[in-house]
Design a protein around this ligand. Sequence first.
Ligand code: ADP
Ligand code: ASP
Ligand code: MG
Length: 405
Amino acid sequence: MALIVQKFGGTSVGNTDRIKNVARRVAKYRAQGDQVVVVVSAMSGVTDGLIKLAKDIVPLPAEREMDMLLATGEQQTIALTAIALHSVGVPAVSLTGAQAGIITDGVHTKAKIQNITPKQVHQLLDAGNVVIVAGFQGQTDDGHITTLGRGGSDLTAIALAAALKADLCQIYTDVDGVYTADPRIVPTAQKLPEIAYDEMLELAGSGAKVMQLRSVEFAKKFNVVFEVRSSLNENPGTIVKEETNSMEGVVVRGVSLDKNQAKVTLFGVPDQPGKAARIFRALADAAINVDMIVQNVSHAGGAPATDLSFTVDKPDLLKASNVINTLRAEIGFKEAATDESIGKLSIVGVGMKSHSGVAAKMFDVLAQEGVNIGMISTSEIKISVVIELAKGESAMRALHKAFIG
Ligand code: ADP
Ligand code: ASP
Ligand code: MG
């Protein structure tokens, strides 16, 4: 008898017919004698709809209340999934994240899991039930509801698989697995039979939303091997696991495009020690993640000053602007500007560690496409560039063609 964690994303539970499909799939595994824990997302569009409702009232709603609101999306789905399982004769009980013992820190809207004590999950499984857990949510140890960042149901599933020492963790979604690029943008993208944690991390961190970044970090840390596969067919998916020697033979495993970033530029920042530290400390204190940072050469003439640009997630832009504006007098910069029409384009592969000339080829391809590069950042296995958003998708297809086919 195996213990299996199965996660179904928003599209896979997008209407009642899909929820009935999920119930049939779960029932099949259970009929084989497996114990099944199901993690579900809110039905597709529900989380976005709830965010819109709150923002219709005020542009920056209190984050604690956003968590209270957004957690209701997943609660609808757990109950509906339990009802669907009952309808096919399978005993099932739904649990909120808190009831499943998921304890997080208090950083509302992007809380981190601190520990999981799934006592109730074990008891319900042992009594013969399928247990359905609400993804994306937990609670602080003093009882406030939290959420785990967009796409956070992936993290719920991976973390539960680790805590329950599950034999199998399956992430069901609306594509057949992890592809060399988003198949909706690059029609020639190929499904990967397997991918290393580090590659999946870099892809997830640069816009391939097929897996939430933090869920992959968690999987790597606790060595949770998982499979990404489709809820709409029986095709084998993609296994995400530790790197193997054979993986280094491929230079570029995947291409990704992040349309969810925005750029902030501070003009005329006094060129003195401590200014950058002050700016990024204030952003960190507001729980804003900064991705790329570029500081240009000092201006000639006048007091030495620099222009400082950085990128943040689009939903954090208003908060970041507010933080920056409160620092204006203290830092003494001249002007701040924001730009939402950027895209971050990345190529990823563990093979880059042992191949040279990859950046040169990437920049050549972009030049041929007439794409200007605004910012560059690299890791051992990734090169990212910030470009004009409007050219993002065609540039992505060009890079895919040049490196993968
Ligand atoms: P779910 O609701 O199941 O969590 P998501 O919408 O979060 O699903 O993620 C699945 C989507 O990720 C796919 O529909 C696809 O468009 C997109 N995607 C982006 N990059 C990739 C990639 N490299 N491989 C597969 N899918 C990708
Ligand atoms: N419902 C949440 C979201 O839309 C979490 C998830 O789907 O994983 O981000
Ligand atoms: Mg998702």
